[in-house]
Design a protein around this ligand. Structure first.
Ligand code: V0V
Ligand code: CO
Length: 140
């Protein structure tokens, strides 16, 4: 089902500071920035490598407010890994397959994700405590 690790989502309080840290420490570069109101985040994608069906990235996430998924996570657990996102070729197909296995989907249909991808989240309680995202990259 998975083509690659698309991104690792990392929750932080200050996006600009964290970007600077990753750039200076690891030499990675920001290739995309976006405010996603529906998801309650300001995010940046830092490119790591190219893979099957799309690239792989670090996604730095700053919450738009305290009552958002990332805002709640920071208040409860502090900064750190928020989710893992896997690349898939057919997000709707993957949703049907996983729902059939009893995994709760947090979205009824794919939603807008970074860099015009289509994304869906799986409930962390059904994936061993890991908030899991599926990403279908846009067609080139
Ligand atoms: C919450 N929990 C987590 C978690 N967030 N466990 C692992 N990883 C996380 N990130 C646990 C939490 O500790 C609780 O467990 C339980 O789930 C309920 O959490 P809660 O704090 O009461 O919060 P809820 O239930 O209001 O919301 C949790 C969920 C929510 C996961 C349902 O955050 C959600 O819908 N997330 C999907 C959307 C999202 O995360 N968007 C931001 C990234 P205990 O304490 O009861 O045991 S946007 C993004 O990645 C984009 C745009 C992109 O990639 O393009
Ligand atoms: Co993500």
């Amino acid at each position: 089902m998975f083509l690659r690790i698309d991104h690792v989502g990392i929750a932080c309080h200050n996006l600009e500071e964290k970007i600077k840290f990753y750039e200076e420490t690891f030499g990675v570069q920001v290739v995309h920035r976006e405010v996603n109101e529906a998801q309650g985040v300001r995010e940046a994608m830092l490119h790591i490598a190219d893979g099957e069906g799309g690239g792989s990235y670090i996604q730095l996430l700053e919450p738009l407010g305290p009552d958002t998924p990332v805002g709640k996570y920071l208040a409860k657990r502090g900064e750190g890994v928020h989710h893992i996102a896997y690349g898939v070729s057919d997000v709707r197909g993957a949703m049907g397959e996983l729902a059939g296995k009893g995994i709760r989907l947090l979205d009824e249909s794919p939603r807008h994700g970074s860099m015009n991808s289509s994304i869906v989240f799986l409930h962390p309680k059904d994936v061993g405590g890991v908030l899991t995202e599926l990403v279908e990259a846009p067609r080139q």
